[in-house]
Design a protein around this ligand. Structure first.
Ligand code: HEC
Length: 337
């Protein structure tokens, strides 16, 4: 077999074996000993030098130059860690190209040897090579240009603030409310201790008894029941009859209706925040909560103030979450994503 062909096969097959076989072994998922990668690369370089010496291949200088150039490309693209941006890659590869070229042209003899196939292709006897080169080059450039100009259809990567900072005050039905410290007037106990409780609000659950069955005996359960009615009259179309955000209309909206079961929504918010959100809806959101507009209606136009409070009460009761309170240290409902 021709030495050139032998060399190319050993180089390509060797590279595949190193890259797909040895490299993953030497670079486990957790970066441990980072020098591993460079030891690996040196091993590959030794392998390349090794088979050339052992088999006395003496490849033509142009092929040698190409092999060295590809080694550099491989190093910067796959071995060097952490990966570098492509602008830096181009800079490094330009330096690497200049270095390779200096190595080839250092001596008039090797340079002439390097030049000869090129000259023969451009103006000499390599006619088929010339045809291939002069047809494929413009095609490659055209393909690259086409690829770079082709528009991509991805969504803009703008971030939307899901829980913007609420305003200091909000005006609902002509009355101004300061959100800081604002409580749900229908909440009796912040930890809902009496939810499953016995008479008189004791924390002990009564076996086999569901509190909503005697809603008329508990002021709190009465509010919850009313809130539930309001919810199923107005909200479940979007927020779902299990409050999981999967109502029958939910699928057409972006952003999708909030899932109240999810720990990332009402569980981490204060009732005053909900009061503001439910009253003002999507139109009341500040700009940071765009670019998509929320379909959440401004409920102050349809519900009375106390109905808004009751439906909020119901959402917490149904999901089992407790609202954030004002004495908790970490600030709630402020700029969380
Ligand atoms: C037309 C569909 C629709 C209806 C009906 C609707 N909502 Fe919404 N709601 C949304 C969408 C969409 C969002 C998410 C975007 C946003 O935060 O505005 C949302 C968000 C919310 C949030 C904010 C949750 C959070 O994590 O910030 C609350 C609270 C809420 N809705 C309560 C209600 C209540 C109470 C009702 C009924 C009185 C209701 N919604 C009815 C569509 C709807």
């Amino acid at each position: 077999m021709n030495n050139v062909v032998k060399g190319i096969i050993l180089y390509v097959v060797g590279w595949a074996a190193f890259h797909y076989g040895l490299f993953p072994l030497m670079t486990p998922k957790e970066p441990t000993w980072i020098v591993n990668r460079y030891v690996y690369f040196l091993l590959f370089v030794f392998y390349c030098i090794g088979f050339n010496i052992v088999l006395k291949l003496k490849p033509p200088i142009a092929l040698n130059g190409l092999a060295v150039w590809l080694l550099g490309l491989y190093f910067y693209k796959a071995v060097l860690y952490p990966p570098i941006p492509w602008t830096l890659l181009i800079t490094y590869m330009m330096l690497w190209t200049i270095g390779t070229f200096l190595y080839i042209s250092q001596d008039p003899k090797t340079f002439a040897e390097f030049r000869s196939p090129i000259v023969k292709t451009v103006i000499g006897e390599y006619k088929i090579a010339r045809v291939i080169v002069f047809i494929s080059m413009p095609l490659l450039v055209a393909a690259a240009t086409y690829k770079s100009l082709q528009p991509s259809f991805q969504e803009p990567v703008e971030l939307r603030t899901v829980h913007p900072a609420p305003p200091a005050t909000t005006k609902v039905h002509g009355k101004s409310y300061t959100l800081e410290g604002l409580q749900n007037p229908f909440r009796v106990d912040e930890q809902d201790n009496y939810v499953d409780g016995g008479p008189g609000g004791s924390a002990l659950p009564i076996e086999g008894k569901f509190p909503f069955l005697d809603a008329d005996k508990h002021e709190y359960m009465k509010s919850i029941t009313e809130g539930g009615t309001i919810f199923f009259e107005n909200c479940h179309y979007c927020h779902g009859d299990q409050l999981n955000g999967l109502g029958m209309f939910s699928h057409v909206f972006n952003p999708t209706p909030a899932n109240f079961i999810d720990p990332g929504t009402i569980a981490m918010l204060r009732e005053s925040f909900l009061f503001w959100r439910v009253s003002k809806g999507g139109p009341g959101l500040p700009n940071e909560s765009t670019p998509w507009s929320s379909a959440m209606p401004p409920w102050e136009e349809h519900l009375k103030t106390e109905e808004i409070w009751k439906v909020i009460l119901f959402e917490y009761w149904y999901t089992g979450w407790h609202p954030r309170t004002f004495d908790e240290e970490s600030s709630a409902a402020g700029g969380e994503e």
